[in-house]
Design a protein around this ligand. Structure first.
Ligand code: NAD
Length: 302
């Protein structure tokens, strides 16, 4: 029995890389797909019709699909992407907010346009594409939808040369946590993926770091994220929401969420002398906590 039979999924930035693999996997589980892709270059410039080829690939494996070439970076684009699903298949059950570009520079050298493009495609792209779906859910009392958002260790951990991308990707994790609360009454789950894979966004960085790209190695390829996304979209994941699931290098993991791990209180306003003691103590406690988390998080073979 296919797990996504009768479902319609919208996948943004789905003409290549991780998005394409997600489309093919969801389709193999019976979903019909809206393949959105602006088809531009890695820095967000240009456009093209790369979505068409993925539509053909989906049809070749016996499912159905329609292409959309709008940018996720505008409100109109987001609405058109959603409308494509309703026009083609009369419904929308799953949204994978995957489209992405890079403009890596340190802040010293970062132009306003480098900041704006990243915010527009990644963070505002999530707003633009998700609002039409959640309005549809509310207005028609649609139950059991799935929304999956793409974050990155660049934001969740931090990365040199990516303050724009890192801010957007951390913002996406925050978007997920708040949206999960808002749509819970419609039994809609919202989760974040922290992916990592060799795609046109990363192959050159990987090779510059001395790692050779091997397209036959599943632990490197973008295909590894697709089954994880498909599982989260299925009925089996109806109770899983507001989580950050990590899938990279053949490792599947779950990230911790921000939490207070030590705290103090006092009757009067904090004094600097008190803080001389308390803040270093908290930082020290956190070091032990981080070490414990790191040990627990080491991959176990299954
Ligand atoms: N590859 C990794 O290791 C990695 C790591 C962390 C996060 N991510 C995230 O995963 C997602 C997919 O990345 P990928 O590695 O597959 O990259 P990719 O470049 O192979 O695919 C991204 C796709 O998004 C499309 N796109 C870009 N701007 C768009 C727009 N405005 N509207 C519609 N489509 C647009 C591109 O044309 C491209 O086909 C991105 O959000 C990326 O930030 C990837």
């Amino acid at each position: 029995m296919k797990r996504l039979k009768d479902k319609v999924a919208i996948v943004t930035g789905a003409g290549r890389g991780i998005g394409r693999e997600i489309c093919l996997y969801l389709a193999s589980e019976g979903a019909r797909i809206i393949v959105n892709d602006l088809g531009g270059d890695r820095d967000g410039s240009g456009e093209g019709k790369v979505a068409d080829q993925v539509v053909e690939e989906i049809k070749a494996i016996g499912s159905d699909a329609a292409a959309n070439y709008d940018s996720v970076g505008t409100v109109e684009g987001g609405q058109n992407i959603f409308n494509t699903a309703i026009d083609a298949f009369g419904r929308a059950d799953i949204l994978i907010n995957n489209a992405g570009v890079l403009r890596d520079r340190t802040l010293y050298n970062m132009e306003e346009s480098d900041w704006d493009v990243i915010m527009e495609v990644h963070l505002k792209g999530h707003y633009n594409c998700t609002r039409p779906l959640v309005r549809h859910i509310r207005d028609n009392n649609v139950l059991g939808c799935r929304i999956i958002n793409m974050s990155s260790v660049s934001g969740l951990f931090g990365n040199f040369g990516q303050v724009n991308y890192g801010a957007a990707k951390e913002g996406i994790a925050g978007f997920t946590r708040s949206l999960a609360l808002e749509v819970a009454k419609y039994k809609c789950t919202v989760n974040t993926i922290s992916p990592g894979a060799a795609t046109r966004l990363t192959i050159d960085l990987m090779e510059a770091a001395g790692r050779k790209y091997d397209e036959n190695d599943w632990t490197q390829g973008p295909g590894q994220i697709a089954p994880v996304v498909a599982w989260l979209c299925a009925e089996e994941a109806s109770e899983i929401t507001s989580q950050i699931i990590h899938s990279q290098g053949g490792i599947l993991g779950i990230m911790q969420q921000p939490a207070i791990i030590q705290s103090f209180t006092t009757d009067d306003m904090w004094t600097l002398d008190q803080l001389d003691k308390l803040i270093p103590e908290m930082v020290e406690t956190k070091k032990y906590h981080d070490q414990e988390v790191e040990e627990k998080g080491a991959p176990k073979k299954v």
